[in-house]
Design a binder for this molecule. Structure first.
Ligand code: NDP
Length: 330
């Protein structure tokens, strides 16, 4: 039986990935930092109890070595991270530790153990900074946050371990992707929840920061499929090939807000306050990816772009699908 190991298995992507792997008949071992992991999303997805959860710190060499040698998985997915760009300005050290130290520790264990399986790293579009044209692997990289710096360093490290040591490791550089399982610290979740609250509670005001920033938003379940395609690809000249995973369409946050409120027959200007203090110390103004390399290599294209994402999120929000609890208060 094939086995997969998923770091960050309790988050949005980790939970959706676990469900996808289980549906393929793959045994899934999920790694969480907590001995009492938050399995809210697993419960919502109906996979609670189906993933073998083990507690470990991705930065601990001995713990990770034991897990890899005991289970000998065919696939390892490294999704564990302090994943909020905004929070990374307030907690840069924890962000670096979770992403850079975690990634290099996992790669070192794989090298030391002579790991023959495949290893996926969840990269981020934040490494590109502002994109003048749709970003791909040839684009300049200009990280603008502690989170982006950590993802950029880890992306480089994965390339070095692949080229220097022949490890089958690869990065899927993910642009923003959403689902009802996003934590409430993320602005898309905040907007959908806020708009629904405006509908229920006349007089409620939603507070937001800079709405001029533009992002390339896709649907998380589709990006989970793309991750697996990238990891399972035929080797190109004996190497796996990093990929950018995106829709290719970028819209402003104002567009996102306007469309969410419009889905509920509300005018956003009647319900939203723009608050200067919610702006980040430095912010990417426009982020968009080039979907063509992923299409050429894997015949994969995102089916839902920003409009599909908004319609689905609002529809699910109206039907009461629970979100992940805020990591700051959970
Ligand atoms: P989540 O924040 O939902 O999940 C990340 C998981 O990582 C958590 O469930 C948590 O699991 C673990 N984690 C959190 N903080 C730390 C920490 N300080 N140290 C170690 N582990 C930690 O993220 P997503 O599922 O949205 O994203 C998955 C991956 O994809 C992340 O690496 C993220 O950076 C990356 N990514 C996501 C994008 C998106 O739009 N969603 C875009 C680009 C990249 P536990 O508490 O159980 O250990």
């Amino acid at each position: 039986m094939v086995k997969a190991l998923v770091f960050g298995c309790t988050g949005q992507d980790g939970s959706l990935l676990c469900r996808s792997l289980l549906r393929q008949g793959i045994d899934v071992i999920g790694v969480s930092r907590s001995s009492n992991p938050n399995l809210t999303i697993h419960q919502s997805l109906g996979i609670n109890g189906k993933v073998e959860i083990t507690t470990a710190d991705i930065c601990d060499f001995r713990e990770i070595l034991e897990i890899i040698t005991n289970h000998n998985p065919g696939e390892v997915y490294n999704l564990a991270a302090q994943s909020s760009v905004g929070l990374s300005f307030r907690q840069p050290v924890d962000t670096f530790k979770s992403i850079i130290n975690g990634t290099i520790n996992l790669l070192e264990v794989a090298r030391f153990a002579g790991f023959k399986g495949r290893l996926y790293f969840a990269g981020s579009s934040e490494i590109f900074g502002n994109t003048d044209r749709p970003a791909d692997l040839d684009s300049p990289r200009q990280p603008l946050s502690p989170y982006a710096i950590a993802k950029d360093a880890s992306f480089n490290t994965v390339q070095v371990y692949r080229q220097a040591y022949g490890l089958n490791c690869v990065t899927g550089i993910l642009f923003n992707h959403e689902s009802p399982y996003r934590s409430r610290t993320f602005v898309t979740r905040k907007i959908v929840d806020g708009a629904l609250r405006c509908l229920r509670e006349p007089g409620y005001r939603l507070k937001l920061g800079d709405l001029s920033v533009a992002r390339d938003w896709g649907w998380a379940e589709e990006y989970i499929e793309a991750m697996q395609l990238v990891l399972r690809a035929d080797l190109l000249e004996n190497e796996l090939e990093d990929q950018v995973i995106c829709t290719g369409r970028s819209e402003t946050l104002e567009y996102f807000v306007e469309r969410v409120f419009a889905e509920l027959n509300l005018h956003w200007q009647d319900h939203v306050d723009l608050v200067a203090s919610l702006r980040r110390p430095s912010e990417i103004l426009r982020s968009v990816g080039n979907p063509e390399p992923m299409w050429r290599k894997h015949q994969w294209r995102a089916q839902k772009d920003v409009d599909g994402v908004i319609q689905t999120l609002v529809a699910l929000g109206c039907s009461g699908v629970p979100a992940q609890p805020d990591p700051l208060t959970a």
